[in-house]
Design a protein around this ligand. Sequence first.
Ligand SMILES: [Zn+2]
Length: 460
Amino acid sequence: MKVIPYGGAKTVTGSCFYVEARGLKLLIDCGMFQGLEERKNREPFPFDPKEIDYLVLTHAHIDHCGRIPLLVREGFKGKIISTEPTAKLARLMLLDASKVMYENYKTALKKLQRTGKVPEPPLYEEYDVLEAMELFKIRLAYGQEYRLSKGISLKLRDSGHILGSAFVELEVYEDKRHKRIIFSGDLGNKNKPIVHDPDTPSLADYVFIESTYGDRNHKGFEESKEELLDAIRYAIGKGGNVIIPSYALERAQEILYVLREFYEQGRLPRCEIFLDSPLAISITKLFTSHPEFYDRETYRVFLERNPFELPNLHYTKEVEESKAINSISSGAIIIAGSGMLNGGRVLHHLKYNLWREECAIVFVGYQPRGTLGRKIIEGAESVRIFGEEIAVRAKVFTINGFSSHADQQGLIEWLSYTSKPKRVFLVHGEEEKMKVFSKEIKEKLGFESHIPDFGENLEL
Ligand SMILES: [Zn+2]
């Protein structure tokens, strides 16, 4: 059998693994490339989508599911396997992605018209998303075995990353040998609210493990919550606003969960909270309809009240409501996307607040290379937003304990349960970080690891 990474190789975006075994062809994830690698979404798939029998989706983040409608447009007719929440969340994420692409296209069209040029069309349209949703035919519970064909089966196990997220345990009986290959998907950070801690994996022959934070350890979640409260107290105390760029999926709900805790403990300063993202609003509603996926702590809260609701929380779905926030100069906590500042309503809020010393910009998520978020974190004195130079004077807080990704220690602990695999492949990470992680794996576990290239043929 062979596995070829066609995304998520030496990068954190575009996750896509091609697997061929016993004549069966499957993909694990089909994510969007983001940031510096966005152009890669325009390249043709290096395989024939028509020939793929199954697509296994680990979770609904766009860097794992974002190219599925494109795959369908290019002829994929196989079955998509996922958990129930992943299928529902993917629908919201992909519909939103198609909408954003269409709006960007319209704006570009208007601008370019004057030059006589035509912009590239969107990668796919809403129609393609709906077609793709028809192929989400197999919903698996965690641990349920599913037979793909003779000699090949798989299980989805809880990866504790976001609601419904999974890692994949693939079993292949080939050449009179039984092989177990594990694809980690994204692995969660322990002791976080809402989701469970990641399940421990089975013994494995080969492991593909994400390495987003392979080079470092996070601060504890409790400590990170206090940092968030400090940032809020700083800005509200100075008469400014707090901007929290956030992913719409999981991070936004975690922030609401934590703000609700502060509020109930009487520690949240007087403020108005805005969830300024139609996508995050829809996702938050969906979260409340799947309490069976919560961890024990969140479920206990759920029995009494909505874990994501506060009296001073406003959902601003409409554009006009969002624009109205611009006139608020103090006492607002604004949660908006995109989390990496590569578009979305958060850019408007930055334009109004980034240059004001009394405001706080709070990063609670990973900022890949080449993004505006990374520039601000790395100390840029000014940045360009909507063609305008904006000074960075607000206080910048980077809080990494909110991460939904396991840190080095978490990854190593998870990996240790696989016993001694024949080979560990490091994926979904930046190369320098993977090199650090590779050394650490060798030292702590004695496992050999390899960092595959995009398109590298890995014979297992
Ligand atoms: Zn993810």
